[in-house]
Ligand binder design. Structure first.
Ligand SMILES: C=C(N)C(=O)O
Length: 130
């Protein structure tokens, strides 16, 4: 079993040395997505709600390219620059899932690349193609 490193043309282009995702067997490990608009590659520095939607939409692009979806996410990490927005981010984040939810860790940080306030990475299972 090897590692397949994914470059996803429809996703925001990397701003640092990383692949969009690495597939290993039935799992895919997705780089932390920022609130970057794929069409312009510019950071959407809006509200925490707006940024979280953009981050989740970017993750959806990469999940899809890897052959999976939010339904199959097993773990995520949420990084936010202000824990005062914890509930706001949770509301947006949760709207992309149905129960049962994946595992998650939320981390308050002093800063994120590009001045963003929200970053989320994920590990997902890739179901067999029927
Ligand atoms: C944006 C990132 N995920 C990074 O710099 O690692």
């Amino acid at each position: 079993m090897g590692i397949e490193k994914l470059f996803v043309s429809g996703a925001p282009q990397p701003i640092a040395p990383f692949s969009h995702a690495c597939k290993v067997g039935e799992l895919v490990f997705i780089t932390g997505q920022m609130p970057t608009v794929p069409e312009t590659n510019e950071m959407l520095l809006g509200t925490f709600t707006e940024q979280t939607h953009r981050v989740m939409q970017n993750l959806e692009i990469v999940l899809k390219a890897a052959g999976t979806s939010f339904e199959h996410v097993v773990q995520s990490r949420v990084f936010i620059t202000n824990m005062g927005h914890f509930e706001e981010v949770n509301g947006v984040y949760a709207s992309y899932f149905v129960d049962p939810l994946p595992t998650r860790t939320c981390i308050g940080v002093t800063g994120l690349a590009g001045g963003a306030d929200v970053e989320v990475d994920m590990i997902a299972w890739i179901p067999p193609v029927e």
